[in-house]
Write a protein that binds this ligand. Sequence first.
Ligand code: FAD
Length: 389
Amino acid sequence: MAKILVVAESRGDVLDRATLSAITMARQASTLLGGSFDILVIGGPGSASAADGLTCYGAEHVLLAEAPDLSVYLAEKFVGTVSRAARDYVLVVATVTDFGKDLLPRVAGCLDAAYAADCSAVISHNGELSFRRAVYAGNVLGIVTLGTPVRVATARQCEFEAAAPTEGEKSPICTLPTAGPVRAAAFIEVLAMENPGDVPHLPAKIRAAQCSAASHANSAHTQRVAKQRRGQLGEAKTIVSGGRALKEKFFEVLGPLANELDAAIGATRIACNAGYAPAELQVGQSGRIVAPRLYFAVGISGAIQHLAGMKGSKFIVAINKDPQAPIFEFADYGLVADLFKAVPEIVEHIRTHRASGAEIPLDPEDCKKRCRSWSSSFGSSLKRDMHGA
Ligand SMILES: Cc1cc2nc3c(=O)[nH]c(=O)nc-3n(C[C@H](O)[C@H](O)[C@H](O)COP(=O)(O)OP(=O)(O)OC[C@H]3O[C@@H](n4cnc5c(N)ncnc54)[C@H](O)[C@@H]3O)c2cc1C
């Protein structure tokens, strides 16, 4: 019987809700394959309680791999245990979060398994279990069939609804032994050679690097991921995203707006690369794919790679000083204004509105009206209303 493994994401005893999307994917795949699924919880002390919270989702077993040195996520420490647990499954899934994106390709590598990232659906294609996923920056939907005995896939949180608990018996919890850390990739070992210049086929840049620097960067990255993975972007109903125009004032300007709207903060790749925002906040083709109800694009040009990550948002508001910015082609509302003036005014507007005792319902229709009034109060021009309202 075909068996599927869901790799759950948790911090101590707290389960990350993103896991519920991977469970939905596993349920759909197990229906197509006529099999069942297990859920693996891996982490430090307290994980047993997270595992307990997953016993009511219809899994055949909940597997628990718990050890003190797994309390902080580090890919190198997790990958051995997950790969060993996963080798007898036909499909291994997790949700597209920093955790899933970081861990599952490594698991696929360890198992020599084919990997489909960012899937939006599980389907049967020519009688084979296949995955639908966006390619070419989200402009084309591709169907991918994986031809290895173990397959690995990640589920987009915005495409797979959170699984609901099932009636009936609870899944039994089985304890798994943990495996030791898996060392970094082979090329890092090559760099460890005393004289890397002796390896002529390596690009000069790589040859010049030092092993210690490479492995340090690797663990620094994963530790940063560990610290900052919050799952907020994937779950947020409202996202306030900023581009490089915000510079060092990224959080100073966007923070108050995000607070007022109870929103998560996102960023463009350039803003992340420039160090204005952490990489975990990147939205887009090579970052997070999000589909909130309301997406504020502040000082974002609207490059195709950014759009690929947010164009599924129900309602897009763009603020940009350039009336020709491509983002306006996709925005439901666009404000042509200097963001450093407009954003604080919007925040002030919301605060005044709240102080008067009025609620700020974050409904797209309400937002339409609100944008109109903001626009007139700034004297800025309202660029475009694609809904014609
Ligand atoms: C393979 C690949 C993958 C990529 N993946 C991603 C990805 O995942 N996510 C992503 O975002 N990008 C990605 N990119 C980069 C992408 O092509 C763009 O370069 C990037 O999205 C642009 O970021 P930006 O809008 O912050 O900057 P810019 O394009 O420089 O735009 C800045 C905008 O701010 C406006 N502005 C400036 N000052 C103000 C002001 N005071 N008030 C209001 N507006 C102002 C400008 O008019 C401009 O429109 C990728 C690129 C490649 C090649």
